[in-house]
Design a protein around this ligand. Structure first.
Ligand SMILES: Cc1cc2nc3c(=O)[nH]c(=O)nc-3n(C[C@H](O)[C@H](O)[C@H](O)COP(=O)(O)OP(=O)(O)OC[C@H]3O[C@@H](n4cnc5c(N)ncnc54)[C@H](O)[C@@H]3O)c2cc1C
Length: 609
């Protein structure tokens, strides 16, 4: 070992010890009673809890009714709401008071006050993990960084207690939630662990829609579509490198996934846009706005009703194994209760992507170093590590998607539906530069080659008419520039007006002639000369990741010899290969439900239910 490496190893070991010592202390009972003196005076009293105590409106036991602080902190949230009103009612109050955007009226399915308001620590508006709102909070600070934790420090850590369950779901995004609902309904004692303070993951953010072949919506619109056609298109976008077994499962079960969702009370419509080069419109969306926020909102009551035990602020840091290599449970780091073990015959990894793990991404793509991502702040790839640590096969971590359409200066992804429904991309010369409806990886790469990497998404009122809510949301966020004519818009954007107007006219001609002579775009739904014209300054960003764990058709995680690792399942974005080289937009949301449900069926089979 070189001296530097030795030093690094020693430092890592020391910080691991400190970390473990810290958690052990919490586990040993930094309970409310023993913290009384510390928390009533000094620096610790300078936050929101101290403020309440100084004002004599609350005491320790007011906010902590049973002298215990759970990881989810839901007992505290209930108390806040008793005095101040519910999250929803606060939001209504803020809006009634004329606030344009309120932290109490977001789209994240939050009902926990302590997601943003700290008691004995600084507060932080969670919204600003992705947006840049002016949200000064009492006792607030600017930014909490959710950085990846090196989970290897927990390899030899000891739990302070053990619980039991039939099924443990790691990660409460779309895949995890679908699995948990299904499993609990089958009578399995299901525990869902989510490391962030809220559920929903990146799934909350998906905006475009869900791909389904053979839906009643398609039939009503007279569209002929089959799982076989859906498979062909998925393989085409993925350049044939997809695991065909997984693709077939997805396409064959997509319609039953939609029906399952609709049986929960959701309702989706068919989007007329066609993803570049595909054979039929098959993206199903909601008129209410983004698909992800709608799905999570609809699934949340079903999750609660199902009886699944959902714990936020609870990170799985290790998989437990028996001597034969079978997974037997998880080690959890609870925010307030320390390290504990849950034993279960089946564990599902539904931990999402590694898009927000800059270190891992730039290991494969140094050129992406420092690039923003539109994924949720906790997308660190924990599941890849957890799986690998028990011998799972991991492939193609270099498959990182660069999306062409994140609003500049934010991590807000502008949905691809604005392009499939007619929008185009122009560079700072006011010119188109590529087939604007090409698969995203191609577009992302083309965009990186533009002068100063400056690109605008352009659309008009005819496109808006197809996705009005989504457009209105972008306007609310202040990312849209509008003009009455191309010249007027170009002036506002600082583009060469004459050239831009020429581009728009030329494009309208291509639409009329049904032939894009410049870039061969096949789907030409709109001439972009209807009503107002709009622009969003977009930059490339990491949209998601495609590499990950290998699974079979029934979500079993495979080892390097292609054998099942007993007790371990995976679903969602942590799984590799199903998208191949590039993901067909709309497949992820469908796959979450398809594979989440299969995982639940496998977990049920493991306990004979
Ligand atoms: C802005 C945006 C728009 C998108 N639009 C679309 C679209 O229109 N259509 C489409 O099909 N796809 C879309 N996608 C992709 C799609 O949303 C994701 O691929 C998919 O939702 C991932 O679901 P998931 O359940 O696997 O992961 P997630 O929803 O990310 O959930 C994983 C959860 O696991 C948690 N977790 C991670 N590690 C741990 C741990 N160690 N312990 C406990 N919990 C852990 C995470 O915090 C997270 O909450 C979009 C993605 C983004 C970011």
């Amino acid at each position: 070992m070189t001296p530097i490496r030795m030093l690094r190893t020693a430092l890592a070991a020391a910080s691991a010890m400190m970390l473990l010592a810290g958690t052990a202390q919490a586990a040993d009972g930094m309970d409310v009673a023993s913290a009384k003196t510390i928390y009533s005076q000094g620096a610790k009293a300078d936050y929101l809890a101290g403020y309440h105590m100084k004002k004599k409106v609350a005491d320790c036991s007011t906010c902590h009714p049973n002298d215990k602080v759970t990881d989810s902190q839901s007992e505290i949230d209930k108390k806040c709401a008793t005095c101040h009103g519910s999250y929803e009612s606060l939001g209504k109050k803020d809006m009634a008071a004329g606030q344009k955007i309120s932290a109490h009226a977001g789209h994240l399915s939050i009902d926990s006050c302590t997601t943003c308001h700290g008691g004995h620590e600084a507060s932080f508006a969670y919204c600003n993990n992705c947006h840049i709102f002016d949200m000064p909070m009492k006792f607030g600070r600017q930014k909490i960084a959710y950085t990846p934790v090196d989970l290897s420090i927990y390899r030899d850590a000891m739990p302070n207690r053990t619980e039991k369950a039939d099924f443990v779901v790691v990660g409460a995004g779309g895949a995890g939630i679908a699995a948990a609902i299904e499993a609990s309904r089958k009578g399995l004692k299901t525990i869902v662990l989510e490391k962030m303070p809220i559920i929903g993951g990146s799934s909350l953010l998906s905006t475009g829609g869900m791909n389904v072949a053979g839906s009643k919506q398609q039939k009503a619109a007279g569209i002929n579509d089959t799982p076989e056609m859906f498979t062909q298109d998925t393989l085409k976008v993925g350049k044939g490198t997809n695991d065909k077994v997984l693709v077939n499962v997805l396409t064959e079960q997509s319609n039953s996934a939609l029906e399952w969702f609709e049986a929960l009370g959701g309702k989706l419509d068919l989007d007329p846009g066609v993803y570049g080069g595909c054979q039929a419109p098959r993206m199903h969306y909601t008129k209410s706005g983004g698909i992800g926020r709608y799905m999570i909102k609809e699934m949340k009551p079903a999750l609660e009703k199902s009886g699944a035990d959902v714990r936020v602020n609870s990170q799985v840091v290790r998989l437990e194994r028996d001597k034969n290599g079978a997974v037997t449970g998880v080690l959890v780091k609870g925010k307030n209760t320390g390290l504990y073990r849950i034993s279960a015959p089946t564990v599902l990894l539904a931990t999402g992507s590694y898009a927000n793990n800059g270190k891992l991404v730039s290991k494969y793509h140094p050129e992406f170093f420092g690039m923003v991502t539109s994924a949720q702040p906790g997308s660190h790839g924990d599941g890849i590590y957890l799986g690998q640590d028990v011998g799972a096969k991991v492939t193609h971590l270099e498959r990182v998607q660069v999306h062409p359409n994140i609003a500049s200066g934010t991590s807000l992804m502008i949905t691809l539906a604005m392009r499939t429904n007619g929008g185009i991309l122009v560079n700072n010369k006011g010119q188109r530069f590529y087939n604007d409806n090409a698969p995203r990886n191609e577009l992302g790469a083309a965009m990186l080659k533009q002068p100063a990497q400056k690109v605008w998404l352009i659309y008009d009122d005819a496109v808006v008419a197809k996705r009005p809510k989504v457009h209105q949301g972008y306007v609310r966020l202040g990312v849209v520039t509008e003009g009455d004519t191309p010249e007027a818009l170009a002036k506002k954007l600082g583009l060469p007006a004459e050239e831009f107007a020429k581009t728009m006219k030329r494009y309208a001609g291509f639409v009329k002639a049904k032939n894009d002579a410049d870039f061969g775009r096949k789907e030409l739904p709109e001439p972009l000369n209807q009503g107002k014209i709009y622009a969003i300054d977009v930059v490339p960003a990491i949209g998601g990741t495609l590499g990950g764990l290998r699974t079979d058709a029934r979500t079993h995680v495979l080892d390097n010899n292609g054998k099942k690792i007993p007790g371990l399942l995976a679903a969602g974005e942590v799984v590799g290969e199903w998208h191949g080289d590039d993901r067909y937009g709309g497949n992820a949301v469908a796959g979450n439900i398809v594979f989440g449900r299969i995982a639940a069926q496998e977990a049920a089979a493991a306990v004979g239910k």
